[in-house]
Design a binder for this molecule. Structure first.
Ligand code: ATP
Length: 306
């Protein structure tokens, strides 16, 4: 793993953000093609996606030898269901996501998708089956159409429009100077945080993966925008196996299972109501978020936000 650092130096700023978040892993792997450290097993075949069930069994992992970052992580996400990872900063949430994307190999235990250990299948097929919606979507200096199409390069214009509609950004794109041909990114039209998230949603809809990894944005958008985006996200995740890294607990009240991580271990698990009843780590986090909401009165009433 340590070896990975050296060739990554040229990455500069981009790399530094990767360290922290799992940002745009799909883009990153394109950039990393030359430097891949994880290699396909000899004779590895493609992942055969049946229904997208995900299973972690007794997974332990460390970035550096002396420090275990994940300890005995075991959970299942049945196909079409959703699991949320919550816990303090540094508890290992993003690491779980990175391992599922096989950014690193696990030392102990296994990660299995539809009965196949991800070590035994090609990385290309693994990443084709997984859609990633990062906190911060990196836009290419290219047209908005290209940026959406990145989800599936063979898509037709009609497909692109359909997914833009699904992400609720089609109407907005029509107001851009050259509509779908408008240049975006650093050297073109700058999109807002909410718009970039919608591009990520549109990309993912176009990709139509069986599994979705969602890194919830920490930066707050205004309440209305956030609610609208949440609706698009919910639509996107419906009937897809979803793993969410959650920062705002109000968005995960309805997920099938919440895993509460602390220092690399699952310390509590269950549905929202169950965890509230336990009066443990999760219940405390919940209380704290309610208090924060209460204190920031500009955010609207509690009822609305929770
Ligand atoms: P946050 O909510 O702040 O994103 P997290 O729960 O996602 O945190 P992780 O990013 O999974 O936490 O990090 C878990 C632990 O692993 C932390 O102690 C972190 O410092 C360490 N870590 C993360 N990435 C690396 C890396 N590339 N090399 C070494 N240690 C790392």
């Amino acid at each position: 793993i340590v070896q990975l650092y050296v060739p990554l130096n040229w990455f500069g700023t981009y790399y530094r953000s990767i360290q922290k978040n799992f940002i745009d892993m799909e883009n990153m792997f394109d950039l990393l093609k030359e430097e891949k450290e994880i290699i396909d097993a000899p004779g590895a075949g493609p992942l055969v996606v049946r229904r997208g069930a995900v299973e972690f069994s007794n997974v332990s992992f460390s970035y550096v030898p002396e420090r275990l970052v994940l300890k005995n992580i075991t959970f299942t996400v049945p196909s079409g269901k959703s699991v949320a990872l919550v816990g303090p900063s540094g508890s290992g949430k993003s690491t779980i996501i990175r391992l599922l994307f096989r950014f690193y190999d696990v030392e102990n235990g296994g990660i299995v998708i539809d009965g196949q250990n991800i070590k035994t299948i090609t990385q290309e097929s693994l990443r084709r089956a997984i859609g990633v919606v990062p906190q911060d979507t990196v836009l290419f200096n290219n047209t908005i159409k290209y940026n959406i199409k990145y989800g599936r390069m063979t898509a037709t214009d009609a497909d692109v429009i359909e997914s833009a509609r699904g992400a609720d950004i089609h109407e907005r794109i029509l107001t851009f100077p050259d509509q779908y041909e408008t240049q975006v990114g650093e050297r073109g039209l700058r999109l807002s945080g909410g718009e970039k998230q919608r591009v990520a949603i549109a990309r993912t809809l176009l990709k139509a993966p069986a599994i979705i990894l969602l890194d919830e944005a920490t930066s707050a958008l205004d309440t209305q925008t956030e609610r609208n985006i949440q609706e698009s996200l919910n639509r996107m995740c419906a009937n897809r196996t979803t793993v969410i890294v959650a920062h705002r607990l109000s968005t995960i009240i309805h997920v099938d299972e919440i895993l509460v991580l602390k220092d690399g271990e699952i310390v509590e698990r269950g549905k929202h109501e169950h965890l509230i009843g336990q009066e443990g780590v999760y219940a405390n986090m919940w209380k704290q978020q309610l208090e924060n909401r209460d204190n920031s009165s500009a955010e609207g009433s509690l009822e609305q936000s929770v």
